[in-house]
Design a protein around this ligand. Structure first.
Ligand SMILES: O=C(O)C1=C[C@@H](OP(=O)(O)O)[C@@H](O)[C@H](O)C1
Ligand SMILES: C=C(OP(=O)(O)O)C(=O)O
Length: 402
């Protein structure tokens, strides 16, 4: 299904309701399975959370997680520890997203995991086995933080616990801190010492948790306010003091004309009118927000240099290549000459097409949708991809555009 975005007003106003955080939901599912407690009531209704929930409750041998990266990585560690014999697979794209660092680490602990296709990638054949703890394990942290989180969550159940010694550049560290925070909530005192993560042997305690709204999903509403440059949007159930690293995005939006007012029950995003004349940022800690900011800067005609994009090549699509290609169609030519960086010096071209391809990637659809507020008639192809993290995205957008 394609989606045409048409809007002919100058001021945006309204209320947006977000899904619960998918990252917190997916950690809660694993931790509740390990603690033996019921899952929180307000889990995310995203595909990624649904597939993980189903996988944790089935005894079927074949488990297919579709496009869900966290589900693939968290289940690799979980099934290595418990669950018998499993064939863990995913979408065609998932079969191109690497898991070697995680599989090597688990094998060092005694796990039985075999590659059923290409070496280093899903699908995996996993036979659970007693894993050895009480040791220190070196781990390359430069590809995905999800490997670190996956190992951390099973670590307290290993005899003697586990120390992870992170090597190379640490990417997406905010998500590792989220895992630390969640494990502490479930009663495990994780300690951080420089690049070492020390996890004691300890049973998780059952917890009654309420999952916060998804700060990554909030970024598309900041983008709308920023692009339109007039109006305000209220979002409920978001707070500054959050387990989600993406909460810190509010600081970056101040440079793009949007101020965040913290209220009792949520946040009010408001236009303040001030915009930077050059946007510079490092997205190593907030990789999922990069697309939103790239598109916003182009539409606002603000030149930029952004770095920390190294993980974007192996997400749901190659987000660097995809954003370059789709922005080129809209007449924006970006400089991609340095790996992990993107810049734009306001170089423009003629508009080639208003039809945006989404490459099976929810964030491509959601980051480009607000473009329709400036370029009416924009078409988002295969718009249904948003269900990966935000099933009601189009409803929320329609409500604002009436
Ligand atoms: O742990 C998590 O919940 C996530 C970690 C990040 O992945 P990487 O660590 O692979 O960058 C992020 O992009 C993903 O959407 C969710
Ligand atoms: C990268 C993402 O998810 P995952 O890696 O869990 O598939 C995302 O939601 O943007």
């Amino acid at each position: 299904m394609d989606r045409v975005i048409a809007w002919d007003k100058t001021k945006i106003e309204g209320v947006a309701v977000l899904p619960a955080s998918k990252s917190i939901s997916n950690r809660a599912l694993v931790l509740c399975a390990l603690a033996g407690c019921p899952v929180p009531e307000n889990l995310s209704d995203s595909d990624d959370t649904r597939v993980l929930r189903e996988a944790l409750s089935t005894s079927d041998r074949l488990v297919n997680v579709g496009h869900a990266g966290t589900a693939m990585r968290f289940l690799t560690a979980y099934f290595a520890l418990k669950g018998g014999v499993r064939e863990l697979t995913g979408s065609e794209r998932m079969k191109q997203r690497p898991v070697q660092v995680l599989v090597d680490a688990l094998r060092e602990l005694g796990a039985s995991i075999a590659y059923m296709g290409d070496e280093g990638f899903p699908p995996l054949w996993i036979t659970s086995a007693p894993l050895q703890g009480g040791r220190s394990l070196s781990l390359d942290a430069s590809v995905s933080s999800q490997y670190v989180s996956a190992l951390m969550m099973i670590a307290p159940l290993l005899p003697g616990g586990l120390t992870l010694d992170l090597e190379e550049r640490i990417v997406s560290a905010a998500y590792i801190r989220m895992t630390v925070g969640m494990m502490r909530l479930f009663g495990v005192d994780v300690r951080l010492e420089g690049k070492k993560i020390i996890i004691p042997e300890k049973g998780y305690i059952p917890v009654n948790l309420r999952v916060e709204s998804d700060w990554t999903a909030a970024s598309y509403f900041y983008e709308m306010v920023s692009i339109v440059g007039l109006g305000e949007i209220f979002i409920s159930d978001l707070k500054k003091d959050s387990l989600q690293g993406d909460a810190l995005q509010y600081r970056l939006w101040e440079q793009l004309g949007v101020q965040t007012e913290w209220q009792e029950s949520g946040v009010l995003l408001r236009v303040v009118g001030e915009n930077t004349d050059f946007f510079e940022a490092d997205f190593t800690e907030m990789p999922d927000l990069a697309l939103t900011f790239i598109v916003t800067c182009c539409l606002k005609d603000i030149p930029f240099h952004i770095c920390g994009l190294e993980t974007l090549y192996v997400k749901e699509c190659d987000r660097v290549a995809a954003s370059i290609r789709e922005l080129h169609k809209l007449g924006y030519d970006l400089d991609v000459s340095v790996h992990g960086e993107l810049s734009w010096n306001r170089e423009r071209n003629t508009l080639i097409s208003l039809e945006i391809d989404t490459y099976q990637d929810h964030r491509m659809a959601m980051a480009f949708a607000p473009v329709g507020l400036k370029l009416p008639g924009l078409v988002i192809r295969n718009a249904g991809v948003v269900t990966k993290s935000f099933p009601t995205f189009w409803e929320q957008l329609d409500k604002l555009l009436i």
